[in-house]
Design a protein around this ligand. Structure first.
Ligand code: USQ
Length: 402
């Protein structure tokens, strides 16, 4: 299959491109390097030393003999180029990672909110419009988020996207229907994923585009079997207060002896998945496209649920590090229950990796090897949900606004 990976230089995009290439798919990456430029803007770098995309691709070729093509493209800003790329490459499937993916970054200021909205919502609409304009039957696979459901705190199991409801008819009977699960985003970033999903519903109905929306949990880990083949292929590892996600942050913090930064009571329950499962799930989604004319397929891409303080205690027990309960910079429930079904992906044969499976040690080792690259000043989460943190226009956003 020929697969266009939009955002193929990023944390999930790069290992996915390699995994699919290793499985014999023909891979084309498009990326605008916004993630690398945001790093520069925030004055932070990946804990792992990531190479240029050119070097990554050439190393992959020298190790495996497999080619990966690359196009520099901003899907939110360059519609005509995107359309020309689809017409020239004629992919069977497009995987859409090309979004600003950090909730704290999206909440830093009005400018960050606006950039995240414009980039994510316009990018998604452009991809769908361009697919329609080519007239080709392209399967779109999108990396969505569990955060579209919100963390409302009940222990009712979240289904894969659609909720059965019984609606009273005019005649007084109850009619069973399935509706999109009510959205409850917790940040502007999560809101963009909700809007993406509405856009998908429309294009699946109106233009019969085949779409899979993967509602992914918090990814942990950094390496996959393919990125581990050579240091030039190493995946990025974010630990900073904007882009670092909770479990990976805790693992870096313990490696440098920094008390684990639990927000509030740590009673937040979230869904988790290892990066090696991310790439496997995407492959399963590609292998199992919905039929043309079907509604959007939704799959909850999560392996397990865990509470933040439970994770902190688990790591503290392993390494003896301290835990610091800090004021929560976010506007979120202090404690919530979370129960999630992942029937769609399991139905495709997925057997998830969990925290018990020994991969924590591998991530700890990577954190220890590269701890010298960690800037402790970048660890605290400074972005709050209630006040603008960064009234000036950062360099990256200035460029984007031009
Ligand atoms: N948290 C801490 N301490 C920290 C960092 C985070 O207690 O040092 C807490 C947060 O307050 C939050 C939870 O951990 O309650 C998760 O935060 P996170 O930064 O790990 O994850 P989040 O902001 O939700 O976003 C990440 C990814 C995003 C993805 C999402 C999946 O950045 O792209 O969509 O996870 S989910 O959370 O399931 O919506």
């Amino acid at each position: 299959m020929k697969v266009l990976v939009l955002g193929g230089d990023g944390f999930c995009g790069w290992p996915t491109a390699l995994h699919l290439s290793s499985k014999g798919h023909e891979i084309v990456i498009a990326d605008n390097f916004s993630r690398r430029r945001i790093d520069q803007d925030l004055g932070v770098q990946s804990l792992t030393p990531i190479r240029s995309l050119r070097r990554r691709i050439s190393r992959w070729h020298s190790l495996t003999g497999r080619e990966i093509a690359f196009h520099h493209l901003d899907v939110a800003e360059e519609y005509d180029k995107l359309l020309a790329l689809l017409r020239a490459e004629k992919p069977d499937a497009v995987i859409h990672f090309a979004e600003q993916r950090a909730a704290p970054f999206s909440m830093k200021s009005a400018r960050h909110k606006s950039y995240t909205m414009r980039n994510n919502v316009c990018g998604t609409e452009h991809i769908l419009s361009a697919i329609v304009e080519t007239g080709a039957d392209i399967h779109l696979v999108h990396l969505g988020t569990m955060g579209v459901y919100g963390y409302g705190g009940t222990d009712a199991a979240l289904p894969d996207g659609y909720l059965p409801v019984f609606v009273p008819t005019a005649g007084g009977d109850l009619k069973r229907q399935e509706i999109v699960f009510p959205a409850d985003p917790g940040s502007v970033y999560h809101l963009t994923k909700v809007l993406d999903h509405c856009t998908f519903q429309y294009y699946a109905k109106n233009d019969r585009i085949r779409i899979t929306d993967l509602h992914q949990g918090i990814v942990w880990g950094t390496q996959t079997p393919e990125t581990g083949l050579h240091p030039d292929l190493i995946n990025r590892f974010d630990y900073d207060g904007d882009y670092g996600t909770v479990l990976n942050r805790f693992l870096v913090q313990s490696a440098i002896g920094y008390p684990l930064t639990v927000h509030g009571t740590g009673g937040q329950t979230r869904a988790f998945i290892h990066i090696s499962d991310t790439v496997r799930c995407i492959e399963l989604a590609l292998d199992n496209p919905p039929e043309r004319g079907d509604r959007v397929r939704v799959a909850n891409q999560i392996a397990e649920t865990r509470q933040v303080r439970e994770l902190a205690m688990m790591i503290a027990e392993r390494t003896g590090c301290d835990i610091a309960y800090v004021d929560n910079p976010r506007n979120e429930a202090a404690e919530n229950a979370l129960c999630v079904r992942n029937d769609v992906l399991r139905g495709f044969g997925w057997d998830p990796v969990t925290l018990e499976d020994g991969l924590l040690a591998e991530v700890e080792e990577i954190a220890l090897i590269h701890r010298g690259r960690c800037d402790v000043n970048k660890i605290p989460a400074m972005s709050t949900w209630t006040t603008a943190q960064s009234p000036g226009l950062p360099a990256f956003l200035s460029e984007a606004a031009e």
